[in-house]
Design a binder for this molecule. Structure first.
Ligand SMILES: [Zn+2]
Length: 91
């Protein structure tokens, strides 16, 4: 196995681990583990606003990924952490 392939919890795309962002559950909350250094079961997500949106609106995704009850993350916070900016003010 030359590379580590992980699946995005939001869109189910499989990608090289380095292309995804690791998250871990800390006290029932998903946090971004930018350095991939935190302990615990990790879940992976694309660096895409769309995928952040999916997990923010569907906490079941993360609860399943972490195999324990996990609150949905704050989409704005995650987007900021990932350097994603989306204008939701367009009409
Ligand atoms: Zn994705």
């Amino acid at each position: 196995m030359p590379t580590s392939i992980r699946t995005c919890v939001a869109c189910r795309a499989t990608r090289e681990k380095s292309e995804l962002v690791r998250m871990v559950a800390v006290e029932g909350h998903a946090v971004i583990d930018e350095q991939s250094s935190m302990k615990g079961r990790g879940a992976y997500i694309c660096r895409r606003a769309e995928c952040v949106e999916v997990v923010a609106q569907n906490k079941g995704r993360l609860s399943r990924a972490f195999r324990k009850e996990t609150e949905a993350p704050d989409a704005d916070l995650f987007r900021k952490r990932l350097g994603l900016f989306k204008s939701s003010k367009q009409s």
